[in-house]
Design a binder for this molecule. Structure first.
Ligand code: GLV
Ligand code: MG
Length: 325
C-alpha cells in the first residue's frame, strides 16, 4: 500500500440516478416514491433558458415540501460558462431546506471550476449557518474535463462522484455516435486477412477508454464512478449490456433518464446473491488460512490470496448496504 491514504466519499448507494427536469414538478413525487437511489433535479440541459428561474423556484420549494424518504437528493446546476450558475447556487443554498445532499456540476473542465463552486457554496453555507455540508458530483463530459479528470477528482473535499456524460462527451470530442451511450456499428475490427473467407466483424466498445479512465480517477480519490445515460429507453437489453460492461470496469451505478431504467440499473448494480455467498466463503477461507499462517489457499479448485479479501469485503459491504436501505 502507498503511504498516502485515500479518503472515501460518504458511503451512499448510487446504483441508479434518475434525472428529473426542474420544469416538471408533476414528476417529483413519483421520483420520490420510486426505487431509485439518487435523484437529480435538473436546472441545466433539460431546462430552456427562459424557464431557468421557474425551474429553480420549483426545485427549491420541492426540496422542502416533498418527502424524499431515504433517497439522496441532488440538483444539477448550470455550467460555469453560463449566466445562471451563480444564482443556482446562491438561491438553492440560501432558500432550500437542508434536505439537499449534493450539487451536480456539469461540464466541469478544470480543478479550478470545482474550486470556484466550492468557494461559492462555502460562503453561502457559512453565511446562512447551514450545518450540512453539500457534496459534489462532477460530470465529465468534455475533452477538457477528461484531460483534467485526475485534478478534478482531487479538487475539493466535497467531491463524491464522477459521472460519464456520454452525450456531451460525444459532441465535444466529435465522436461519431448514433445513439446516446450506445455502441456504434462502425467501431469494431475485422478478423483475419484479405484472403480469409470467414472474416468476422467484431463490435467494440467505443467508450471503453473514457469509462476506464474515469474509474481510475474516481477510485484513486475515493469517489464513486457512475456511468451516464443510455438514450433508448425502449431497449432494456441494450441498457443492461451497457450497464454490465461499465460495472465490470468498476462503476458503481448508472443514470436513468426514464423511470423504466431505474429497475434495470438497480438490478445491474446489485451484487447477485450467488456472488455474495461466494465472497463470504472467500472471507471465511482466508481467515482460516491466516490462522494457519498461509497467504493463499485453494477454494473450489481456484487460488485465492490476500488480494481476494479486499474484493470480497467490498462485495459483502455493498450487499449489507443494500439490505439496510
Ligand atoms: C449528460 O449530461 C450527458 O451529456 O450525457
Ligand atoms: Mg450533458
Amino acid at each position: 500500500m502507498s503511504f498516502k491514504a485515500i479518503k472515501e466519499a460518504p458511503p451512499r448507494l448510487n446504483r441508479s440516478e434518475l434525472a428529473v427536469p426542474g420544469t416538471s414538478p408533476q414528476f417529483f413525487e413519483k421520483a420520490a416514491k420510486s426505487d431509485v437511489d439518487v435523484i437529480f433535479l435538473d436546472l441545466e440541459d433539460a431546462v430552456a433558458p427562459d424557464k431557468k428561474a421557474e425551474a429553480r423556484k420549483n426545485i427549491i420549494q420541492a426540496i422542502g415540501d416533498i418527502d424524499w424518504g431515504k433517497k439522496t437528493l441532488s440538483v444539477r446546476i448550470n455550467g460555469l460558462d453560463t449566466p445562471y450558475m451563480y444564482r443556482d447556487v446562491v438561491d438553492l443554498l440560501e432558500q432550500s431546506s437542508d434536505r439537499l445532499d449534493l450539487i451536480m456540476i456539469p461540464k466541469v473542465g478544470t480543478a479550478a471550476d470545482a474550486y470556484a463552486v466550492d468557494m461559492l457554496v462555502t460562503q453561502v453555507e457559512d453565511a446562512k449557518g447551514r450545518k450540512k455540508r453539500i457534496g459534489f458530483e462532477y460530470i465529465i463530459e468534455t475533452a477538457l474535463g477528461m484531460q483534467n479528470i485526475h485534478e478534478i477528482a482531487a479538487a475539493s473535499p466535497r467531491g463524491e462522484s464522477l459521472h460519464f456524460g456520454v452525450a456531451d462527451y460525444a459532441a465535444f470530442t466529435r465522436a461519431r455516435t448514433t445513439m446516446i451511450g450506445g455502441p456504434n456499428p462502425d467501431y469494431g475490427v475485422l478478423t483475419g486477412g484479405a484472403d480469409d473467407k470467414d472474416r468476422q466483424f467484431h463490435w467494440g466498445d467505443m467508450w471503453h477508454y473514457a469509462i476506464a479512465r474515469m474509474v481510475v480517477a474516481a477510485r484513486a480519490n475515493g469517489l464513486r464512478p457512475i456511468d451516464g445515460p443510455f438514450g433508448d429507453f425502449s431497449d432494456p437489453d441494450g441498457f443492461r449490456a451497457q450497464g454490465n460492461r461499465a460495472a465490470t470496469l468498476g462503476c458503481e451505478g448508472k443514470w436513468a433518464i426514464h423511470p423504466s431504467q431505474i429497475v434495470l440499473a438497480n438490478e445491474v448494480y446489485t451484487p447477485p446473491e450467488k456472488e455474495v455467498t461466494k465472497a463470504k466463503r472467500i472471507l471465511e477461507a482466508m481467515e482460516q488460512a491466516q490462522k494457519e499462517g498461509k497467504g493463499a489457499v485453494t477454494l473450489d479448485g481456484r487460488l485465492i490470496d490476500i488480494a481476494s479479501i479486499k474484493q470480497a469485503e467490498t462485495l459483502v459491504a455493498k450487499a449489507a448496504q443494500i439490505a439496510a436501505n
